[in-house]
Design a protein around this ligand. Sequence first.
Ligand SMILES: Cc1ncc(C[n+]2csc(CCOP(=O)(O)OP(=O)(O)O)c2C)c(N)n1
Length: 604
Amino acid sequence: MNATTQTIATQPDASTTLTGAEVLMKVLVDQGVEVVFGYPGGAVLPIYDALFQQDRIRHILVRHEQAAVHAAEAYARSTGRVGVVLVTSGPGATNAVTGLLDALMDSVPVVCLTGQVPVSLIGNDAFQEADTTGITRPATKYNYLVKRPEELAPVVNEAFEIARSGRPGPVVVDLPKNITVGPAPYAPPSRTPRASYQPRTEPDRKAVARAVAAMKSAKRPLFYVGGGVINAGKEACADLTRLIHMTGFPCTATLMGLGAFPGSDKQFLGMLGMHGTYEANLATHDCDVLIALGSRFDDRVTGRVDAFSPHSFKIHADIDPSQINKIIRVDVPIVGDAGRIIAMMIEEWEAQTAKPDTKALETWWSRIKAWKALDCLRFTQDKSADAIIKPQQAIKRIYELAVETGRETFVSTEVGQHQMWAAQFFKFESPNHWLTSGGLGTMGYGLPAAVGAQVAHPDALVIDISGEASALMNIQELGTIAQYRLPVKIFLINNHYMGMVRQWQELLHGSRYSESYSDALPDFVKLADSFHAKGFRATKMSELDDTIRAALEHDGAAVIDICVAEGENCFPMIPSGAAHNEMILGPEQEEKGAEITDEGKMLV
Ligand SMILES: Cc1ncc(C[n+]2csc(CCOP(=O)(O)OP(=O)(O)O)c2C)c(N)n1
């Protein structure tokens, strides 16, 4: 859904003599905006001037526009509010595109205000002109070009509404300079919803009743929850926990759904998908009723689509009707807000008198327990003092020692093996604390995401789990961290390799490690120092715990270079193109890689 020009009715107030930039400030305040992540330039100078002359909205100056969007995304995901970005025209806007697409794929509400050349110059190849609405159209939920002053306030208000309602996502508002410099009428937020955009939030009770009837007659049920439940809010997650406890069913989650249901709950089987647990994937394969809530059957989850959960009756609840039957055919589609659907499922579960088959459920759980007993996340760590640190050990200890601090903890990640290990070894007990780039898999996400989370939660512990290669993608944000004295802890799981790429090359390309080794890494301790942060390093087992502890206790920003075994691979793993019951559990089974088909290689 897109529009570059909008005609919106307003009641201009003749008595106002505000500039467009001043109107923008008022509208942002009306929308409850407290923080804007941005980077200035010619086209947004009037807005920066208006920011300077007010004290309601705080501006965080990032070092790159991509980082502004990731920071705003993490601010949004960790607070449940809309993240706001302000960038200049041309290169400012194009630098933001990766972040916008990242937010679109992970359904994160962001409003991105972009500067634009004056309307009279649009189309003239003016200095720093870019067709921002054209470029961002496929990367946003919606976008606008404001062409007339009276459109400004209603458009910005509507942008917030669209970003946060239905399936959340990023909205761009392109603001030509003549609009922000010249006079513009102010308009308060309107209560009238937009006629062409009215997401359906209230589910069909009949569909929910059918779903619950299937759940009651299930012999091998499984809940499969995604980020949609987290987007539906804390209450939706609390209700989900209630529902799962009421039913006694097992639950798995997507990468984005971690935290929707408590990670340490005994009904939780861990994440499913390519690097999910053995028990979650086998349960997905063998279940007879699959209850998908706010999850979208991403290829990292389904593996081979024709072999995905082949024997199950499928229930799919999603706020976005276009997701239903898009990838996997389902038996009961339910369109609506995940929170409302879960609440209605609870009511129906209580109202329907049929009793679940507890005997069958017991048998199902004993099969699951047998899969669990395999302990698919095990790894062998030599515990002697001089031993090389395994990356899994590093991440496991970061998690355990962070828990020991007793502090509320937010975790962001970059993309790669470390991300998957973090998803496997961290347990998220509540929603909104796990910040990772799922859909787009954007290296360079974690560091600015940590900035956004720490700005939103100044007293919390904010940790970025990072690979050394990903960290270098937005390392300049150490400057932002220094400027605002954000005490984030950046743990580098340093294997010298683009580890995930190396793993695939091993599996798919005969261990020909083409361009996946970084030979000239910076000295991260000195790098930290030059950005006014504290640098730490651990190179062997005897140093690991003390280094992590010291970094967690340090009251400022820290970069912790943990030098780990270079050749370790991330298991378990469903080779691309394989089914859930064809998992590779460890290196001893890796030669199975030879069986990966050309079609499978395509899916990597
Ligand atoms: C912007 C971007 N470019 C390329 C990739 C492809 N890619 C996925 S994982 C990865 C390697 C990541 O290496 P590192 O950050 O060191 O993490 P590790 O896998 O070693 O834990 C690459 C290059 C990507 N996801 N994002």
